[in-house]
Design a protein around this ligand. Structure first.
Ligand SMILES: Cc1cc2nc3c(=O)[nH]c(=O)nc-3n(C[C@H](O)[C@H](O)[C@H](O)COP(=O)(O)O)c2cc1C
Length: 176
C-alpha cells in the first residue's frame, strides 16, 4: 500500500490519552505539518495557540456544552484560529490545518481528536464555545476559533480504516 494512504488509513479519532507528556519535538512536527497545506490565495490567515499548561487545558473542558471529555486526559491542545479580516476562506484553511495536524499526530504514534468550536455552544448557558475560548485564551474579536486538536500519548493504536472499503455510492462519474 502507498505510504501516504497507509498513514491516512491509520488515522483515527482518539479521545482518551495515557498519562505521559507529549514531547515538544512532536508538537513542533505537528505544527510544521499544520502550515504545509494549501490555503486560499496562499494567504494563510491562521494562527495557532499551543496549550500545554494543564490548568489552561482543564479550563477548556467547559468550552463545549456537556464538557469536552477528551480534554480531561489530553496532554496538549492546539487551538486553530482564522482571521476573517485576512481571508474569506479562513474556515476551509483552518480545516486543512486541522486535518494535516491530525494526520501528523497519528503518524507520530500519538492520539488526537478534532474538537469542534465554531458554531457550537459552551457549557456556560448563553455563551458560545468561541466566546468561552476567547475568555480563556485572549484572542481578538476578528480571530475565530475553528477547532481544537486534543493530543496525547496512547498505549495502543486504534483499528485502522480499510482503504478498500470505499463508499462507492459517493463517487459519481462525470455526472451525479
Ligand atoms: C468537522 C469535524 C468536527 C468534529 N468534531 C468533533 C467533536 O467536537 N468531538 C469529537 O469527539 N469528535 C469530533 N470529530 C471527530 C469525528 O467524530 C470523527 O472523525 C468521526 O467519528 C470518524 O472517526 P475517525 O476520525 O476515527 O475516522 C470531528 C471531526 C470533524 C471533521
Amino acid at each position: 500500500m502507498n505510504d501516504l494512504l497507509k498513514t491516512m488509513s491509520a488515522r483515527r479519532s482518539v479521545r482518551t490519552y495515557a498519562d505521559r507528556p507529549v514531547a515538544k519535538e512532536d508538537l513542533d512536527q505537528i505544527l510544521k505539518a499544520a502550515v504545509l497545506g494549501p490555503t486560499g490565495k496562499g494567504i494563510a490567515p491562521y494562527d495557532f495557540i499551543v496549550i500545554t499548561d494543564p490548568d489552561v487545558i482543564a479550563k477548556l473542558v467547559d468550552i463545549r456544552k456537556g464538557g469536552a471529555k477528551m480534554l480531561t486526559t489530553a496532554k496538549a491542545a492546539i487551538a486553530v484560529l482564522g482571521d476573517e479580516d485576512r481571508s474569506d476562506t479562513w474556515i476551509e484553511d483552518d480545516a486543512v490545518c486541522m486535518t494535516m495536524m491530525h494526520l501528523m499526530a497519528s503518524s507520530l504514534g500519538l492520539g488526537s481528536c478534532w474538537l469542534q468550536v465554531r458554531l457550537r455552544p459552551s457549557n456556560v448557558e448563553g455563551k458560545s464555545a468561541e466566546d468561552f475560548g476567547r475568555d480563556v485564551l485572549g484572542f481578538p474579536e476578528h480571530n475565530h476559533l475553528e477547532a481544537i486538536l486534543a493530543v496525547g500519548p496512547i498505549d495502543e493504536k486504534p483499528e485502522p480504516h480499510d482503504p478498500d472499503d470505499l463508499p462507492k455510492e459517493k463517487f459519481h462519474e462525470n455526472q451525479w
